[in-house]
Design a protein around this ligand. Structure first.
Ligand code: PMP
Length: 441
């Protein structure tokens, strides 16, 4: 049966399809970390809906929330009209915000995808500041609509589209391993922050008065690259001093993924706008922006759309957020992260094709390199998409789904459910280790 389904997909699905290319399976069932295909084969899912499935597949609390909605005739669609569910969801979401923001924050429900919320955030700050240009970072990813692609720093995905949105300027992201300044270590963050300050103070740089700066605290699609905590603090200081709204894209990092509810909490900073999607809908499509109330200067009806604030996603989102808070899932994220990082770093010490192991929480990247290539200024070998893909294939053959990303798709990215157990972590690490050796054999 599986090959028939896959043939149909090959014939009928767009050439732009992405995940189905890497993972040729037809999923018939899923629970927790395990997906089962139509032939009964099982896979450990370390992609988890691209970071969406905080509690894994079909968690009991989510299934229960859906059942309750149907049993009690809770409406499935109300545009964005109020329901007790919507109010309860908002209350839960606000309760998770840092104290400094909680009582002065506004929410805008956006369309179902992360890109919808990014678009809304840009409209919000453009309206509030009257500015036009946006600052973004090399290697960033903010979505696949035209404006969000314009702000994504990966040229390979967009250069053929000619023009998208003109007023985006890119700044160097403090990527320590491939340091844009060729120095590495602490200096990466320092020089990057100094550079940003320099261009903002130079009225001839063309980017002295942007309407906002948009950043991921850990670049996800860019290859699980964490920005240094000190750099995040500097970015907050620099933007605050100049009155530039700081927009943090928490689409992938939000809701516990990095070990804190919001990833900016690691730096003790508060942004002006927070973009949320993925986990916030508890398996169903949902996105929102949360922002400081002084930015709320757009007019009634300035941002409309039919499918904003989907009711069922509020029910599943509410169940997920409550579970994360009540069951102290973030503690598990920190412990499992340590377990993974320790093991991956010891592998790195003995396998030259593992160039870098990095991440924050359960957003972990392993950058594969070509040890026979010419090293760069920091003595790091060239990134190897070829080896990463070979490892990914062996992982799949050994019963594990893991995504690649980053420059030249050279980074294997662990994004497991946040409730992954110690035993499951051990198992996926073992599969991973075996797959690397097989790929390099
Ligand atoms: N921002 C970030 C940081 C993301 O990781 C993603 C999705 N991977 C998006 C925005 C876009 O979200 P969506 O795919 O739901 O449009």
């Amino acid at each position: 049966i599986q090959s028939e389904y896959l043939k149909l997909q090959e014939q009928k699905e767009s050439n732009a399809r992405a995940y189905p290319r890497h993972f040729p399976l037809v999923i018939s069932k899923a629970k927790g970390m395990i997906v089962t295909d139509t032939e009964g084969r099982q896979y450990y899912d370390c992609l988890a809906g691209a970071g969406t499935l905080a509690l894994g597949h079909n968690p009991d609390v989510v299934v229960e929330a859906i059942r309750e909605m149907l049993d009690q005739q809770i409406p499935l669609h109300t545009l964005d009209l109020a329901t007790p569910l919507k109010l309860a969801f908002m209350e839960e979401l606000f309760s998770l915000l840092p104290e400094q923001m909680r009582d002065h924050a506004k929410i805008q429900f956006c369309g179902p995808t992360g890109a919808d919320a990014v678009e809304a955030a840009i409209k919000l700050v453009k309206t509030a500041t009257g500015g036009r240009s946006i600052l973004a970072f090399h290697g960033s990813y903010h979505g696949s609509t035209q404006a969000t692609m314009a702000m994504s720093g990966n040229l390979s995905k967009k250069q053929h589209l000619q023009s998208l949105l003109p007023d985006v300027h890119f700044l160097p992201f403090p990527y320590e391993y491939r340091c844009p300044f060729g120095v590495g270590g602490e200096m990466t963050a320092q020089l990057s922050a100094q550079y940003i300050e320099h261009v903002l103070d130079d009225c001839e740089s063309g980017i002295a008065a942007p309407c906002g700066v948009i950043v991921e605290t850990v670049q996800g699609e860019g290859g699980a690259i964490p920005a240094q905590i000190e750099w995040l603090r500097e970015l907050r200081r620099i933007t605050a001093e100049r009155g530039i709204p700081l927009i943090i894209d928490e689409v992938q990092t939000g809701f516990g993924r990095t070990g804190r509810m919001f990833s900016f909490e690691h730096a003790g900073i508060v942004p002006d706008v927070i973009i949320c999607s993925k986990a916030v809908g508890g398996s169903l499509p949902m996105s929102v922006i949360l922002y400081k109330e002084e930015l709320d200067r757009w007019q009634p009806g300035a941002h409309t759309g039919t499918f904003r604030g989907n009711q069922m996603a509020m029910a599943t989102g509410l169940a997920t957020l409550r579970y994360l808070r009540e069951q102290r899932v973030l503690d598990n994220v920190q412990q499992r992260s340590q377990q993974m990082m320790t093991r991956l770093r010891s592998l790195q010490a003995i396998i030259p094709a593992i160039g870098d192991v990095r991440g924050r929480g359960l957003m972990i990247g392993i950058e594969m390199v070509e040890p026979s290539g010419t090293p760069d200024r920091l003595q790091h070998f060239p990134a190897s998409g070829r080896i990463a893909e070979a490892v990914q294939r062996r992982c799949f053959a050994n019963g594990m789904i893991i995504e690649v990303g980053g420059r030249h798709s050279s980074v294997l990215r662990f994004l497991p459910p946040l409730v992954i157990t110690e035993q499951e972590t051990e198992t996926v690490l073992r599969i991973f280790e075996r797959s690397i050796y097989e790929a390099l054999a």
